[in-house]
Each structure stands twice: as C-alpha cells, then as structure tokens.
Design a protein around this ligand. Structure first.
Ligand code: C2O
Ligand code: CU
Length: 503
C-alpha cells in the first residue's frame, strides 16, 4: 500500500513534470522567438513573399545564398534621390523642438514644434517644382525625421528612421529634396517614434497647386489634429472663419492627421468631393446630405460654390470643429450630420487607367487579424499579418514596373487605415463589389473590420517602402510590413547608435 502510493506519487511527479515541460517548452520557445534584437536590419527580419512572381536576383533576404557580385550590385536606398544637380524651386528650413506650447485657445500642449509652432509651417509648391526642406533638430532627444505623406518621393527622401535614413539627433540636420510631380493635398510628419511625435504635433501641411490655378476659387487648408485630446483645425478649437465672397468657389483641403477616421460634411450648400489623397477625381457631381469619410492620414478636398445671397457654408469636421466660409456678418447654420456616407466606389465618372490591373505580375494578400502570442517577449493579443506576428512578417517583393495587386482583408475587430509609402494604389473592389465611379487612387485606405479591398498599383518607384496602419498605435504594436524592390538594400538599421525607431 505504502510502497504503491510512493510509486504512484513519483509517477505523478514525472507526469506533471513532462506535462509542464510540454506546455512551457513551446511557450518558452515562442517567447524566445518573439524577442526583437536591439539592432536589426529591416531586410533581415520576416520572410520574403514574392507574390507569385519570379524570385529575384539580389534580394536582400536571400543574400546569403547569392554570389558576392550580386550582393554588391544591390542599390542602396541612399542612391535613390532627386537629380542632385537640379536647383530647388522651393526651399524651407524647419527647426524641430520638444517643448510646451499654447494653442490659440490658450490650451497648453506638451509636445513638439517646427519653427516654434504646431502645426508646422505650410509648405506650398507648384506641380513639377523641386522642394528642398532642411530639417534641423534643435531639441528633440529621441531624434526626428520628416516623412512626406502621400508624396511619391525618391526612396532616400522618405524619412523613415532605420530604413531610409538615421534619425536626426539633437544638434544635427538633414535636407530632403524631391520633385512634387502631382498637384494635391499632402502632409508631412516625423517618422521617428511616430506614435508619440505625430500625436505631439511634429507635422504640417504640404499643398501642391497646379501651374494654372482656377480663378475665383479660394484655397483653404483644414488640417485636423487632436492636441491634448482636443480636436483642432489648423491648431484652433471651434470654428475657423474664412472670408469667401458670395458666388465664389472654395476648395477646402481636409487633412486628417489623427489615428481614427473622421466624418466631414457640409451645411448650407451642396459640395463636390474633388480629390482624395492628393489625386483629383474625375466627374465629381454635386451632392448634399452625405458625409465624407476621411481616413486617418488621408485627405479629402471638398469644393463648394458660395450661395449668391451671402449666406455662409459650414464644413463640419468630425462635429466639434468646422471651417465656416462666408462673411462674418452671418451666423453659420448648424448642420446635422447626414446619415449616409458618400460611397467612393461609385462616386464620379469612370476613366481609363494607365495600366491593366487584370494582368498583375504579383499578387499579395495583406490579411489583418489578431491573435494571442508574444510581441518582443510581451504576452498579449497582437495584430497579425497573414497569420504571423511581428517581426516574422512578410516583405512584399516586387521588381520595377511590375503590376501589383493586393487584397487587404481585415478580421481583427478594429478599423485599420492602411498607408503604403511611395505609391498610390487604385481601388478595384470592396467586399467583391467592383469600383464603378471615378478611379479612386489612395495612399491611406480605411479598411473596416470585416471588409476586404482589392487594390492595384504599378511598382514604379524603387526602394524599401513601409506599408502600415496609420493608427500609429498599431504599427508600434507590430502592424507594419514593407514593400521591397529587388536589388535595393539599406545601410540603416532599426535601433543602433542612432536609436532609430520608426514606429
Ligand atoms: Cu504618414 Cu509611414 O506614414
Ligand atoms: Cu491599425
């Protein structure tokens, strides 16, 4: 009896030990495998996804297997610049500081400024001009960069710390040079510790106008940002009044710099949505009683014609702030938020594309989920891409001139504003329903939970490009992949002595 009991006791101990090891062993392995090294190259993490295209010659992921001359042949991102001999048409210096500052309302913000203000100075250029911006870091301890959101700049000018440059340390500077080929509404922001620096105000508007400006249209910037939890337009709380004479036009360039989608709607006149993400729509017709969903990071240009009787027009931005167009002698009418959202899948008139998305060279899927696991050793529910957790994520590999299709699917329980650097993609369908309106070119696409989008683009801008969620908390939680051109390499690393931390 006693002896049997002791044996079974020992057996139980052994079984318990084996069971514990069986559970903890894989867990320890998963934990260990999730640890992100202090310093690493973006091109060495994750795995290459060739999208059904041929595997490349000098892909950085495969360099170990490559003959040395192929590795040598890789172009560094630093070589992908604008023409170095071309002089700048527009030049600016932006000096970054970490500081407390005051909004016009008097509210104090503990954040960041450019030239002493936030939003930073608006940069204006004419399509085709070469813009040169000298970024000086006076006092941002973590370092800074500037990313030109929505502008398809050469890769070396993309401003991603640890991928296209080192973060600019206090006392240092970096000059960005790029041609703004396309007229449209863009913005710039830091891409170093971006979830903190963008929230804290290290951002501004970039507006590119066509060589021939339409007469009789007032150009209005409406950059929306949450400072210390308060929504503002151009840094102001409440209404932003703008004088526009009766019968005149106004183009309101709405820029959503926040982490979530925003509704914009117009009271007092019909409006046309004339551009999305810096690209004009074709055949936009006047609409009433519709809200426009402005994706986080995205832009929407709304055009109105002022009523002849002098009554004002109110462009509501999320409800708490508005641009009030008209003369100050009139009170702007309150306009309730319309229930229906303008559907960009069918708005405007169709027009031919410059390429055939039906014959792609590569097809990728960008499938966003959420699952339990470890992120850099931290247990939790984390964003997954194609079932994988950061840093074990795909790199979408393309060759120059490839036609690329991506199916973005979201079943993660939250909305994700997906932003691809360096390219604009055209929306082909949503939830299997084909697009029938104006070509809908986007760089920031609001992908709701349960939604799926097919988009396509031409790989015409070689480099290593982020493709991430613009709810900037999410890339910091691992929701970021890269589009990588074959034969392009980067000398920059995440971490390292520059402390590069793009998210
Ligand atoms: Cu506006 Cu990678 O961001
Ligand atoms: Cu997200």
């Amino acid at each position: 009896m006693h002896r049997n009991h002791r044996i079974s006791g020992r057996a139980r101990l052994v079984i318990a030990f084996i069971a514990t090891a069986a559970v903890l062993g894989p867990l320890a392995w998963l934990w260990q495998a999730s640890l992100v090294p202090g310093t690493y190259s973006m091109t060495d993490t994750g795995y290459a996804d060739h999208g059904g295209g041929r595997a490349g010659m000098a892909m950085a992921h495969d360099t170990a297997a490559m003959p040395a001359d192929h590795v040598m042949a890789a172009r560094p991102v630093t070589a992908l610049t604008a023409d170095p001999d071309r002089p700048a048409d527009v030049a600016a210096t932006l000096t970054a500081r970490k500081q407390r500052f005051h909004l016009p309302s008097g509210r104090e913000v503990d954040g960041y400024t450019l030239n002493g203000e936030s939003p930073g100075p608006t940069i204006r250029a004419i399509a085709g001009q070469l813009v040169s911006v000298r970024l000086v870091n006076e006092s941002v301890p973590d370092g800074v960069t500037l990313h030109w959101h929505g502008v398809d700049v050469p890769n070396a000018e993309d401003g991603v710390a640890g991928v296209t440059q080192d973060a600019v340390a206090p006392g240092h500077e970096f000059t960005y040079r790029f041609v703004v080929a396309q007229a449209g509404t863009f913005w710039y922001h830091s891409h170093q510790v971006s979830h903190r620096q963008v929230l804290g105000g290290l951002l501004g508007a970039l507006v590119v106008t066509p060589a021939e400006q339409p007469a009789g249209v007032t150009d209005v910037i409406a950059l929306v940002h949450l400072y210390a939890g308060r929504r503002t337009v151009n840094g102001r709380e409440g209404d932003l009044p703008v004088d526009v004479p009766p019968g005149h036009g106004a183009r309101v360039r709405v820029i959503n710099t926040d982490n979530g989608p925003m509704s914009a709607w117009v009271g007092g006149a019909p409006f046309r949505l004339v551009a999305v993400d810096g690209t004009d729509l074709t055949g936009p017709s006047p609409v009433r009683d519709r809200t426009v969903l402005v994706t986080a990071g995205g832009r929407a240009d709304l055009e109105v014609t002022m009523p002849a009787d002098g009554s004002p027009v109110r462009v509501n931005l999320g409800g708490s702030v508005a641009v009030v167009l008209g003369s100050r002698s009139h009170d702007a009418p309150a306009a309730p938020r319309p229930r229906t959202t303008l559907d960009l899948l069918s708005y405007g008139a169709p027009a031919p594309l410059s390429f055939d998305p039906a014959k792609p060279d590569r097809r990728f899927r960008y499938d966003i989920g959420r699952r339990p696991g470890f992120l850099d050793g931290r247990p939790g529910m984390w964003w997954s891409v194609n079932g994988h957790l950061y840093p074990d994520l795909p790199a979408f590999v393309v060759a120059e001139d490839d036609v690329v299709r991506v199916r973005i699917t979201n079943h993660s329980g939250e909305v994700h504003p997906m932003h691809l650097h360096g390219h604009h993609a055209v929306v082909l369908s949503r939830n299997g329903v084909p697009a029938t309106g104006s070509p809908w070119w986007t760089d920031s696409l609001n992908v709701g939970d349960g939604e799926s989008y097919d988009v396509a683009f031409v790989a015409d801008n070689p480099g290593i490009w982020m493709d991430h969620c613009h709810n900037l908390r999410h890339p910091a939680e691992g929701l970021v992949v890269h589009l990588m051109y074959e034969g392009v390499s980067t000398p920059f690393v995440v971490g390292g002595i520059s402390g590069n931390d793009p998210e």
